[in-house]
Design a protein around this ligand. Structure first.
Ligand code: GLA
Length: 531
């Protein structure tokens, strides 16, 4: 077993390569982890940390899914503070969003989505949010209400690109006789051919063991069956899902995530303690944080749980390690094995019993040198104790967790959380006089370290230039268009920017936004006038 020293300061955190779980206690349900193939994220830079957002299925099922609901939820993401905490994805799941026309192409169901799926997407982008859509790899979606992509993979991915989806969940219903790896690989190829970078979320509920092969064609994959029936949050089921997902920790990493399903935190049927514990487990497992509750009617406590920056910092840690169970006895379990980017470690003690319970976490149990003085931060009470040597004893109420950050220092940085004022720049040239038009996108990092300037990917069309300038914790992207010589028509480009997290040196998720230019008349190629 190889040992790697992560921090050799006061609190020495060691990470053991390999499985440190007690033999036999947690049966491996699958074969030993295979080396990861080169992930799709290496090329598109998407989802280098787990995606955050909201999907309707857990709270609503198929009904009432319509434009009004999605717009109200998008508003709530902004007004509740979830956007500032990092949540960005929103859009319809199953429900009657589109149908297939006689020409084989998908068209929006305008009764339910009067602005069209593209119009809704544009408005979501203007709010500084990202657009999530849903489809299926088979002949129909699970409810059979919508057509699946089978046999239409390329034209359907083109439709999702035209609607400007940033994230596509692809379900696995009605796929009798289909080879799962080939099917999702074709869908990936079709997404690439459509030319719009999208996070590809595979949803086969663990069927076909996607963790073994899906990293080369997608960014996340469901590991279990549905966490609940719509509207019926089930605490016991959620814990079973967590315990199943935990076993797959070796397969997760930047750009390739195990997805234990949308969250049930905040749904009726769970106590605030259970919400907090659920959220902590998802953060410790570096799970996608896709909220599933009705964001329009959350309690203050639920908002505080879903937006806790220190817990989100564990989930969004740039190293992208999924924590796992390292000890369990009866109703108590210790989850660790999650080194963080500044050399700290995330640790969780979970009490599934009916009585308050105490657990002594010895440093040696979480692979820290016994004599090392460490600070222990409780991420829910926000209290720090220490420096402590040898270990720490915690007392945990029923259904509750202690979510801890164990560090050499008394303070620690929070990783980047990127929030944009908009992901769409729309410009218009009305007449034939050449001009320079410009529009800005402001991108703010809610983390602690100052980010380097975002680097714009080369290859922009001749009519567009983008410059990036610092403004406090924000960076402003100025998109300047010179219209001289442009022909009448609609122009569009997706701008990509990249950055590096400065503490770990790890690549951050690439940032993408759309620039639209409408040219009403052919423009002269004479001298420019500035506007
Ligand atoms: C499957 C998925 C769910 C949801 C429904 C929609 O069950 O696992 O998350 O998308 O389909 O029908």
């Amino acid at each position: 077993m190889k040992t790697r020293i992560i921090v050799a300061a006061a609190c020495v955190v060691l990470v053991l390569a390999g499985n440190s779980r007690p033999g036999g206690l947690f049966p491996q349900n699958q074969a030993a982890p295979s080396p990861q193939p080169a992930g799709r994220a290496l090329a598109d830079g998407l989802a280098m940390t787990p995606p955050l957002g909201w999907y309707p299925w857990n709270a609503f099922g198929e009904e009432p899914q319509n434009e009004k609901l999605i717009r109200e939820i998008a508003e709530a993401i902004v007004s509740s503070g979830l956007k500032d905490a990092g949540y960005s994805l929103v859009g319809p799941d199953e429900g009657i969003c589109f149908s297939r026309g006689a020409d084989g192409r998908l068209t929006t169901n305008l009764e339910r989505y009067p602005s069209g799926l593209r119009g809704l997407g544009d408005d979501i982008h203007r709010k500084g949010l990202k657009y999530a859509l849903y489809t299926d790899a088979g002949t129909r979606t699970c409810s059979t209400a919508m057509p699946g992509t089978k046999g239409h993979e390329f034209e359907d991915m083109r439709a999702f690109a035209d609607w400007r989806a940033d994230y596509l969940k692809i379900d696995w219903c009605n796929t009798e006789g289909q080879d799962i790896i080939k099917t999702y690989a074709i869908l990936d190829e079709a997404q690439r051919a459509a030319g719009r970078p999208m996070i590809h979320s595979l949803c086969s509920w663990g069927e076909g063991y996607p963790w073994r092969w899906a990293a080369s064609i997608g960014h996340l994959w469901r590991t279990t069956s549905d966490i609940c029936a719509p509207g019926q949050a089930d605490w016991a089921m959620a814990i079973r899902v967590a315990w199943a997902n935990e076993k797959l920790s070796a397969f997760a990493g930047p750009g390739r995530w195990n997805d234990p399903d949308m969250m049930i935190a905040g749904m009726p049927g769970l106590t605030e303690t259970q919400n907090r514990s659920f959220f902590s487990l998802w953060c410790l497992m570096a799970a996608p944080l896709i909220a599933g509750n009705d964001l329009r009617s959350m309690s203050r406590a639920t908002i505080e749980t879903l937006t806790n920056p220190e817990a989100i910092g564990i989930d969004q840690d740039p190293l992208g390690v999924q924590g796992k169970i390292v000890w369990a006895d009866g109703n108590l379990s210790l989850w660790a094995g999650k080194p963080l980017f500044d050399g700290s470690q995330a640790v969780l003690i979970f009490n599934q019993g009916k009585h308050r319970a105490k657990k002594r976490v010895a440093w040696t149990e979480i692979v820290i040198d016994e004599a090392a003085p460490c600070y222990v931060r409780n991420l829910w009470t926000r209290e720090t104790s220490g420096p402590l040597t040898g270990g720490v004893t915690v007392s945990v109420a029923p259904d509750d967790v202690a979510l801890l950050r164990i560090s050499a220092k008394n303070e620690f940085p929070l990783p980047p959380v990127i929030v944009a004022d908009s992901y769409l720049v729309s410009l218009r040239a009305d007449n034939s006089a050449p001009k320079t038009l410009s529009g800005t996108i402001t991108v703010t990092d809610k983390g602690s370290a100052e980010l380097p300037l975002w680097r714009i990917e080369k290859g922009l069309p001749a009519w567009l230039s983008v410059t990036v300038a610092r403004n406090g914790k924000s960076q402003v992207f100025t998109n300047a268009v010179s219209t001289a010589g442009l022909k009448k028509g609609s122009y569009h480009v997706v701008v990509r920017a990249d950055n590096t997290e400065p503490v770990s040196g790890k690549p951050m998720s690439a940032l993408y936004y759309d620039v639209d230019l409408e040219v009403a008349q052919d423009v002269d190629s004479r001298t420019l006038r500035h506007e």
